[in-house]
Ligand binder design. Structure first.
Ligand SMILES: Nc1nc2c(c(=O)[nH]1)N[C@H]1C(S)=C(S)[C@@H](COP(=O)(O)O)O[C@H]1N2
Ligand SMILES: [Mo]
Length: 530
């Protein structure tokens, strides 16, 4: 091997030593997180930090490119960054010790900062990062020492005239040093992978809160919603009147689903109130549970999109809960806060006005809230986009003013207040699927929470607008289904839909993007008939 090649090879081995040390760091951190501080995994904390700080356009790019897999993509990206950074630390440590170890120490300090500043973490949250850094640094020092021993042995000049015996002896020494290095790196790397992956999987799947939720029996509803005859149309491909929990869209900034035990959950009502109030889960549900059929909509829903769903919620009016604390008259906003630090700003009037069914929900479609939909308690407010109203895993209602306080999305390009812009969607025929000529239904859903849908109109190509048949509405807070029989003729056709609300207003035709306060436009879809 030439001297040049040998130098290159040792740089590569140093990179291997670095990557192995990085794995040891993460594995030790994951194991100690599993044992002492469940929510303090450095990788996840740094990931959550990234989610909070990336600029809005990048976030939108990630969501539009990776869709539901945006969080997986983030974790893969982070993994790559860890591999590259720890390889660099290895090379540094071999060339200029102890710079590599110092680099790992800095990574440990950054990871302590990321974990301990997450909302609602345990006081021990610093420990996984510290133990991880100590283990990683120890591995790096030991591996690089071994590497240097081997490097020194390999650099022994060919004794030449000194005779064959000397050269053989040196070569044997070199191969022992090489074997020692690779054995150590292999064992450390493999055990780190096994320990790290097992700890993470155990942490993710052994949440005792999932079992607690399964065993939870909610009191029966005091009042239930009457479903009128004709509330659900029987058309293949249309959205069901109630979206099953498993199909309900999920949008949040939580990298891992928060696990909140109802036994330790508390709701604090504070801020501009006559008296601070704290409620336990039992105290909340004892206030009496009622059913509410409310359609939830995300501000990120594009025209024709699927970030909208309808559920039968079981909950307590927020009005009743706020009344216990006595909001002061100069307050105009409630800043709701989640265990994960997320906040939403909701106009106080949307929570207290008579006739507005804003609730603290504990049940969804006949079950306790699913963990990812906010177990054990979330807000649901008819007529406002989710980001300004539907706080999941909610733990605090701070009565305040829009002037004094700001919610999570407000400095990130979204309006502080955001009523839902009413809209309509075509569910069937599916875009891009060709249908057979003949009489077929065109059908979908339309929503205008708090006002109600008066009519839905459909136009084929440039024809007349035709009134669709509507399902019987459950309430003004619930979407309706609509359908129109169509004699489909072969060829391609444009189908356009628009809704009219019960105030006689027409759905906005002009298209608007989702930021800052929700999309507008009429859905126009191309349908191929054969
Ligand atoms: N804690 C928390 N609650 C949250 C969010 C969040 O990021 N964190 N996102 C909000 C947004 S933008 C929407 S649209 C709804 C979505 O609720 P779902 O996931 O149950 O459909 O939750 C809201 N509540
Ligand atoms: Mo949303």
């Amino acid at each position: 091997m030439s001297k040049q090649n040998r130098r290159g090879a040792f740089i590569a081995f140093a990179a291997v030593a670095g990557v192995v040390s990085g794995l040891v760091f993460l594995a030790a951190a994951e194991l100690s997180a599993l044992l002492v501080a469940r929510d303090a995994s450095p990788l996840l904390a740094v990931g959550s930090f990234v989610i909070d700080v990336v600029p809005q356009p990048l976030k939108e790019f990630a969501i539009s490119t990776f869709g539901e897999f945006d969080k997986v993509a983030l974790l893969i990206g982070l993994g790559l960054a860890v591999v590259i950074a720890s390889a660099a630390a290895g090379v540094l440590q071999l060339a200029r010790p102890p710079l590599g170890a110092i680099a790992l120490g800095i990574a440990g300090a950054a990871s302590v900062a990321a974990t301990t500043t997450r909302a609602g973490v345990t006081p021990l949250a610093f420990l996984p990062s510290v133990l991880g850094a100590v283990a990683g640094i120890a591995a790096l020092i030991v591996l690089c020492r071994r590497l240097r021993t081997w490097q020194r042995a390999a650099a022994i000049p060919d004794p030449g005239a000194g005779g064959d015996a000397g050269a053989d002896g040196a070569a044997a020494g070199v191969s022992v040093d090489r074997r020692r290095f690779f054995a150590l790196a292999g064992i450390a790397g493999a055990s780190a992978l096994v320990v790290g992956i097992t700890s993470r999987v155990v942490s993710a799947t052994s949440s005792s809160v999932a079992a607690i939720r399964k065993g939870l029996r909610l009191p029966p509803a005091r009042t239930s919603v009457t479903i009128p005859d004709g509330a659900e149309l029987d058309i293949p491909g249309i959205s069901p009147l109630f979206t099953p929990n498993a199909d309900f869209y999920r949008v949040d900034t939580a990298l891992t689903v928060p696990t909140v035990d109802p036994a330790s959950w508390r709701l604090v009502i504070d801020g501009m109130v006559d008296k601070r109030v704290e409620l336990s889960f039992d105290e909340l549900v004892e206030m009496g549970l009622d059913e509410y059929a409310i359609t939830l909509t995300c501000v990120s829903n594009v025209v024709g999109g699927d970030l909208v769903g309808n559920a039968m919620w079981l909950g307590v009016p927020i009005r009743d809960v706020l009344r216990l604390a006595g909001p002061q008259t100069d307050a105009d906003m409630v800043l709701s806060r989640s265990v994960d630090g997320y906040t939403a700003s909701t106009p106080l009037s949307a929570l207290t006005d008579a006739g507005r069914d804003a609730i603290l929900a504990v049940g969804m479609n006949g079950q306790p809230l699913p963990l990812e939909h906010g177990f054990p308690v979330r807000m649901v407010v008819p007529g406002l986009y989710g980001y300004v109203s539907a706080t999941k895993w909610v733990t605090e209602l701070k009565v305040t003013t829009f002037e004094k306080d700001e919610a999570y999305w407000t400095p990130r390009g979204y309006s502080a207040q955001a009523p839902i812009k009413f809209s309509s969607r075509i569910d069937t025929p599916k875009i891009g699927k060709s249908v057979a000529a003949g009489r077929i239904p065109i059908a979908g859903v339309a929503w205008a929470q708090t006002v109600g849908i008066e009519a839905v109109e459909v136009r084929i190509d440039d024809g007349e607008w035709q009134r669709a048949t509507l399902s019987a509405p459950i309430s003004t807070d619930t979407w309706v289904q609509w359908m129109l029989e169509w004699d489909a003729t072969p060829g391609t056709h444009y189908v356009t839909v628009r809704a009219i609300n019960k105030n006689g207003e027409m759905q906005i035709q002009e298209s608007a993007p989702i930021a800052p306060d929700g999309s507008t436009g009429w859905q126009r879809s191309l349908i191929a008939v054969s």
